[in-house]
Design a protein around this ligand. Structure first.
Ligand code: HEC
Length: 123
């Protein structure tokens, strides 16, 4: 008699288990990737407006004839530098070169976005 109730109970418990499937695969189209996408677009826009003139369309440098020449931003020599170092250069420029300071033009967020774009050019 009682064994019937036990079977019924077990079935009930089993049917109440939450179904766990694919919960962690929902990355694409999430608010975070969307924000990253817009930040990169913003960085590209800033780059084309302010940096392309010297560093060139693809960031390969030497678009403008000065000594020393504009750095190839896609080169390992540049890409190996930390975000901090590169941001410092964009912020304050390189003394004695054509690389000027952008601190009056670009906000911290702008510098971050333009740097992300430079990183993306090397990929
Ligand atoms: C008038 C030309 C000119 C413009 C415009 C310019 N740069 Fe530069 N940039 C240079 C030159 C020249 C150098 C190389 C300096 C050197 O050799 O020390 C340089 C170097 C750099 C470096 C340092 C690379 C390293 O090796 O550390 C970064 C980063 C950089 N530029 C980013 C930018 C960004 C971002 C912009 C736009 C906001 C920009 N530059 C606009 C001329 C320019």
């Amino acid at each position: 008699m009682t064994s019937r109730f036990i079977v019924l109970g077990v079935l009930l418990v089993l049917s109440c288990q939450p179904v766990a499937h694919g919960a962690s695969e929902q990355k694409e189209g999430s608010p975070q990737t969307l924000r990253e996408h817009y930040n990169l677009q913003e960085g590209k826009h800033l780059y084309e407006q302010y940096c392309r003139f010297c560093h060139g369309e693809q960031g390969k440098g030497k678009a403008f004839d000065v000594t020393p020449p504009p750095a190839d931003l896609t080169s390992p020599a540049v890409q190996q530098k930390s975000d901090f170092d590169l941001t410092q250069t964009i912020h304050g420029g390189e003394q004695g070169t054509a690389m000027g300071a952008w601190k009056w033009v670009l906000s911290d967020k702008d510098k971050q976005n333009v740097l992300q774009y430079i990183r993306s050019l090397a990929r």
